[in-house]
Design a protein around this ligand. Structure first.
Ligand code: NIG
Ligand code: FE
Length: 418
């Protein structure tokens, strides 16, 4: 593989290390000027001044070059919470929401997640794989190089595994790396409305073991929320996952405080996601046990809630904060980490440095990938985003367009240069 030298950069902005950053450390970002970055064999081989690279004799004459044209280089974005394999859309429901109905009202009437379940059950594995590839194309063009992807719109053994296989097949021939999560406990399916306990049994006794045995999932997730899965049911599902080697993460306290943050701490989950309504006790428990908060401001925006996750409180409490799109058809229809970045700065009150750590290192760490990606350092995977503008600040200062000029994945230029 030919070396790639990225030069003529105004700035290289990155966190350091392989562990998540929390509290005051979450804003620890280095901003190097005049640096070049050399990629070799898919990894980052050098970050520093061109003179130092010369001294080390590190540059081979046949190296390819990527002219940064005075832009900013940041680590590839890591999106640690998406629901990528789905069929159909919910544009009609969106119109109902605009007319005044709430997300939970629509869900209670059999719409919401269940309407996507109906469409997804009808879709073939190939169709789902195609929909994932299409979404990955957009994510890559917007700078995402690694993402988590959940099932959760099948809610039967076969349909959950079909979604997970669609994730695997899409990832196999796409540059974006995907980490799969089983979310069979996303909703009670209609056929189990009156026998919910039997569905929880099915998830614990059949779906979790089958997904784990087939190597189709790395994590187990549950929608722990009033009216969906109780903390007791969620605990059962996540413990079943743990027993089969699937590490826990959960949708917690999105609409009301349901004890999700506390449960995440109790189970040593990698993350608790949403947390708009998390309690102070839950936040303290997360801080004490090192659970990452994955905040999804796209949902507050898309659901027009005007209430936002307590990001500042989480940082102050010492909880590592990450950010994700929650890309799904019902509560956050976006593939864009730059959009999430803007919302985090404008609405969650994160600083630009904190937000950068949240979309790179902390996101990587909560997927168990902190050693491999998330920073621009020698030895890490060469997953890099070239932003067209001259400093990190432009990532929030200039909003609404695509800030990405080029994406390097595994040391190769992938998304076409704009
Ligand atoms: O993360 N909260 C539950 N799951 C998704 C919504 C999925 C949907 O509405 O289809 C979420 O917001
Ligand atoms: Fe979600």
């Amino acid at each position: 593989m030919t070396d790639l030298l990225i030069h003529n950069l105004s700035e290289v902005a990155t966190a350091r290390g392989s562990d998540s950053l929390r509290g005051a450390e979450q804003s620890r970002v280095e901003r190097l000027t005049g640096a070049v970055v050399l990629c070799r064999d898919g990894k980052i081989a050098f970050v520093g001044s061109p003179e130092e690279l010369d001294r080390r004799g590190g540059l081979l004459p046949e190296a390819e070059r990527l002219d940064g044209r005075g832009g900013t280089l940041v680590p590839g974005f890591v999106d640690p919470h998406t629901h990528l394999p789905w069929a159909g859309d919910r544009a009609e429901e969106f119109a109902q929401r605009l007319a005044g109905k709430s997300y939970l009202e629509i869900a209670a009437a059999g719409g919401g997640i269940l309407s996507t379940v109906r469409a997804t059950r009808q879709a073939s594995e190939e169709q789902l794989g195609e929909s994932v590839r299409h979404r990955l194309d957009q994510m890559l063009a917007l700078g995402t190089t690694t993402a988590e992807a959940k099932s959760g719109y099948g809610l039967t053994l076969d349909d959950e595994l079909k979604q997970l296989r669609a994730i695997r097949s899409a990832a196999a021939d796409h540059p974006v790396d995907l980490v799969p999560t089983l979310l069979a406990a996303h909703e009670i399916p209609p056929e189990h409305r009156d026998t919910r306990q039997r569905y929880v049994d099915l998830v614990c006794d059949e779906i979790v073991p089958a997904a784990a045995e087939a190597g189709l999932a790395r994590f187990c997730d549950v929608f722990c929320e009033r009216g969906v899965f109780s903390p007791e049911e969620s605990r059962r599902v996540l413990l079943a996952g743990k027993e089969h080697g699937l590490r826990p993460r959960l949708h917690a306290d999105e609409f009301v405080d349901s004890g999700g943050a506390e449960l995440a701490a109790e189970l040593g989950a990698l993350s608790a996601d949403h947390l708009v309504a998390a309690s102070e006790r839950g936040i303290e428990a997360m801080a004490a046990t090192g659970v990452t908060a994955v905040l999804l401001p796209g949902t507050s925006f898309f659901l027009m809630k005007h209430t936002w996750a307590p990001a500042r409180r989480l940082v102050e409490a010492g909880v590592p904060v990450a950010l994700a799109t929650d890309c799904n058809p019902g509560s956050s229809h976006t593939e864009s980490m730059p959009m999430v970045f803007v919302l985090a700065v404008y609405e969650l009150g994160l600083s630009i440095e904190e937000a950068l750590v949240a979309v790179t290192l902390n996101a990587a760490c909560c997927l168990g990938l902190g050693e491999e990606v998330g920073t621009i350092e020698e030895g890490k995977r060469a997953d890099l985003v070239l932003l067209s503008e001259p400093s990190l600040f432009h990532l929030a200062y200039h909003f609404g367009g695509n800030p990405v000029a080029a994406v390097v994945k595994d040391g190769r230029l992938t998304a076409p240069r704009r």
